[in-house]
Design a binder for this molecule. Structure first.
Ligand code: ZN
Length: 196
């Protein structure tokens, strides 16, 4: 009987743990408190966030309204004239989750798109050395070696799993943004860095 009770207790505990997922209180506050244009983390003041590794979203976060709000605000932020970037990663707005927005230079009309739980599966093609800047390192640029082709896997904002090959400048933006999810900044990889 005691054993049975212990098993029931463990099952109840496991079920409650399973329901405890979702956004943290801090993440919810960041997503809800900001205006449509979010605060952008910069070095060195926000290094704790920018240097941390980001985690995938779980089932609870994937079906949440907060995810859609966060994506809308990230898109609004990166396209705002005050930022005018070609990509942004969630850590840059204070959320250590694997979400990036990328301007797709390889698609007609160059749309900005959001990618959830994104991972680079492999990098191929010749290495190219090109200029990069970062919203989190204002006033600086650097020459960075990158692979010309990226093979990526992700979920669309609607939750559809996709794997695709991206070439050219878009592939470089994906590498830059996915680096943010691992706490890596372009200056870590740059051949040279200079003040604009
Ligand atoms: Zn950046």
């Amino acid at each position: 009987m005691k054993k049975l009770l212990r098993i029931i207790c463990l099952l109840v505990l496991a079920a409650s743990c399973g329901n405890r997922g979702g956004w943290t209180a801090r993440e919810k506050a960041v997503i809800s408190q900001s205006d449509s244009v979010m605060y952008v983390c910069t070095m060195p003041v926000d290094s704790a966030i920018l240097r941390a590794s980001s985690i995938d979203l779980g089932a609870d976060e994937l079906r949440s309204a907060e995810l859609q709000t966060l994506i809308a605000k990230m898109l609004k932020t990166v396209t705002d004239p005050s930022q005018d970037g070609v990509g942004i990663a969630a850590p840059q707005v204070g959320i250590n989750r694997r979400i990036v927005c990328v301007m797709r230079y390889d698609k007609p009309g160059r749309p900005f798109e959001a990618y959830v739980n994104i991972h680079i599966d492999s990098l191929t093609g010749p290495i190219v050395h090109g200029p990069e800047g970062c919203l989190s390192l204002p006033g600086m640029r650097g020459i960075v070696p990158r692979s010309s082709t990226a093979h990526i896997s992700y979920l669309t904002p609607e939750g559809t799993p996709v794997s695709e090959q991206v070439d050219g400048y878009s592939a470089i933006i994906f590498q830059h943004e996915c680096d943010h999810l691992d706490g890596i900044l372009y200056t870590d990889r740059a051949d040279s860095v200079f003040v604009e």
